[in-house]
Design a protein around this ligand. Structure first.
Ligand code: AOS
Ligand code: ZN
Ligand code: ZN
Length: 389
């Protein structure tokens, strides 16, 4: 047990959970965006807020950008700003869903001119990776159709494959293309990358630098996500996660808030393959919006939720589990797993934070720091950089 705790602490001390820049801006639903005071006015301030999450958790050393929401004149300066605050630029997310030209799709659009425009944007994202030192390009396409007959399902796949190949060829050494899938929304009849199988098929054809991203909110209810994790891992095609929680569809709520047991099962699958640490090549990202709760504490809580699920997964008695599995002892195998899940790992994480020179309770420490009050004051009257701004 002590060895297991020591190992768990080592892994947890090195774990990195990437924060989305868009989590710090105003966001909402199609019905209403509730503006919060003190939200960032530009990408530099988003990174400053993300650095706060890292300062109190010690586990969020990178920030994902979304282009053009985070467009700046000088990306090297943005990267230097991040570095000065103790974080780095992570994944570059493309955006081919907020332009009038993309009503019928972007990379799958029937008009080659629209496809060329979308391709140019994706290539610009790779330029930004070069300028910021980012290694990952994350592609999520809103492409799809609403009505049977609207477009050819097969032709759209050919168009998608062609654009992906162009972008793939532009990648430099050490850069990856991460393809994200989503069952539905904004399209309601077909989505061009609706599931892991479609994403996997495209990535397989592209080559080793192309891998799949699992957004935990992008599946049909009841989907066994840990099974998808196991299959993609086995095939060397698991590039990363967009973590969040959902009760209904793509809710983008705080990870681990709706179904902490599902998060544990996913982390168990990963921990059992020893791919939780930063050298695993798997990007552990959050993709969330904090519509009604405070944003920086919302991110801190989310990082803590991932840490707790990871700690529990690392505490699974793997020898006992293997023995029970080998002997066909169904009840014992399940009990071993549930023992780990039911362990209160908060004292272990508090102890680890103490060893790392951090406050035992990041939520309280942040609240006591005065940062929230300071940004409310400093950023008063500014134009907030919200979701889609
Ligand atoms: C959209 O549903 C996806 O989750 C993407 O990852 C998207 O880029 C992100 O949620 C920001 O809107
Ligand atoms: Zn996502
Ligand atoms: Zn999503």
């Amino acid at each position: 047990m002590n060895d297991r705790v020591t190992h768990a602490k080592q892994v947890l001390a090195s774990q990195n959970i990437e924060l989305p820049s868009w989590a710090f801006g105003n966001s909402g639903t199609r019905f209403k965006v509730f503006a919060q005071q003190g939200v960032p006015r530009d990408p530099f301030e988003k990174i400053a807020d993300a650095a706060q999450v890292n300062a109190y958790t010690g586990a969020a050393g990178s920030v994902a950008l979304h282009i053009p929401w985070d467009k700046v004149e000088d990306y090297a300066a943005l990267a230097a700003h991040a570095e000065a605050l103790g974080v780095r630029i992570g994944t570059i997310n493309s955006n081919t869903f907020q332009d009038d030209d993309y009503m019928l799709g972007s990379v799958c659009h029937p008009d080659p001119a629209v496809r060329r425009k979308a391709t140019a944007h994706l290539l610009e994202c790779v330029d930004i990776m070069d300028a910021t030192g980012s290694t990952d390009l994350k592609l999520w396409f809103a492409d799809g159709t609403n009505y049977p007959g609207q477009d050819s399902i097969a032709d759209r796949q050919d168009r998608l494959a062609e654009v992906l190949a162009t972008v793939y060829d532009r990648l430099g050494d050490g850069q990856r293309l991460l393809l994200e899938y989503k069952l539905f929304e904004p399209s309601f009849y077909t989505t061009d990358v609706p599931d892991w199988g479609t994403a996997y098929a495209h990535c397989l054809k592209l080559g080793p630098k192309a891998q799949v991203v699992i957004d935990t909110g992008h599946h049909a209810p009841g989907t066994n996500i840990e099974f998808i994790v196991a299959i993609l891992l086995r095939e060397g095609k698991l590039g990363g996660f967009d973590f969040n929680s959902r009760f209904y569809a793509d809710d983008d709520l705080m990870v681990g808030s709706a179904d902490p047991f599902q998060l544990f099962r996913i982390m168990h699958e990963l921990a059992s393959q020893d791919v939780v640490g930063p050298d695993s090549g798997i990007a552990y990202m959050l993709d969330q919006c904090h519509n009604i709760e405070a944003k920086i504490p919302g991110q801190i809580r989310s990082v803590m939720n991932v840490q707790e699920a990871t700690a529990k997964a690392l505490l699974v008695d793997t020898e006992a589990l293997s023995a029970a599995q080998a002997s066909g002892d169904v009840l014992e195998a399940n009990a071993v797993l549930m023992d780990a899940y039911n362990t209160d790992v908060r004292p272990l994480l508090a102890e680890l934070r103490g060893e790392l020179g951090l406050a035992a309770d990041p939520m309280r420490a942040y609240a006591a720091s005065g940062y929230a009050e300071a940004i409310r004051e400093d950023r008063l009257g500014g134009q907030a950089a919200g979701w889609g701004a």
